[in-house]
Write a protein that binds this ligand. Structure first.
Ligand code: ADP
Ligand code: MG
Length: 191
């Protein structure tokens, strides 16, 4: 795993990752807090697509196992939006996806909430796990230069990407997770 912004140095020695590492300076680092106008925009930007897979899981392990079944659907190149409230299981699902692509072990996949981008390189795909929770404006989004990460071999797995209409338009696959009680999650994959 390679941390592309903010985070501690990568702990595993792997091929050098990004051609142009991404850094946000402290001054451009966004502050928390989202305006209510965003919510309105998010609602209007929901793109309806064909549901390809749908499942209810009852534990984190089941969600990880479901993530492991998605390699064919997510074969690169893909831009994937992961939707769902905090704690819905987006990062948990990425554990299964990254493991199935032999790009990282489940334990190595952690939330990029503060680091913004984690990169996991595998033999069949390079996964970029991106968390835009703390990114509030299109200008801040541009600073991350996500387009530079896109390529024949890459899969972008983006949490909170639905805040940005451009990403909603460009996404190939959307995975929505909804709570069903304490440990239940409804997961819908659509394209
Ligand atoms: P998100 O990235 O959407 O904020 P996380 O994956 O980081 O969510 O956290 C999900 C939390 O919910 C974890 O603590 C996980 O153990 C717990 N959990 C309980 N049941 C499930 C389930 N069925 N699927 C996924 N996570 C679950
Ligand atoms: Mg997360």
């Amino acid at each position: 795993m390679r941390t592309a912004a903010f985070g501690p140095p990568a702990t595993r020695s792997e091929p050098q990752g990004l051609k142009s590492p991404i850094f946000l300076s402290a001054s451009t680092r966004p502050s928390k807090g989202r305006s209510s106008t965003y919510t309105a925009r998010v609602d209007s930007e929901i793109k309806t697509g064909t549901v390809l897979r749908e499942i209810s899981t009852h534990s984190a392990e089941e969600t990880i196992a479901f993530g492991r079944t998605l390699t064919e659907l997510l074969s690169p190149p893909k831009l994937v939006l992961l939707r769902g409230d905090l704690g819905a299981g987006k990062t948990t699902l990425v554990k299964g996806i990254a493991a199935a692509f032999d790009a990282a072990s489940e334990e190595d996949v952690t939330s990029p909430t503060f680091t913004l981008i984690h990169e996991y390189r595998g033999p069949r795909a390079n996964l970029f796990h991106i968390d835009l929770y703390r990114i509030d404006t299109p200008r801040e989004l541009d600073t991350l230069a996500l387009d530079d990460l896109r390529g024949d071999n890459s899969i972008l797995l983006i949490e909170w990407g639905e805040k940005f209409p451009r990403l909603v338009r460009e996404r190939d696959v959307e995975i929505a997770l909804e709570r069903e009680g304490e440990n239940g999650r409804r997961i819908r994959v659509s394209a």
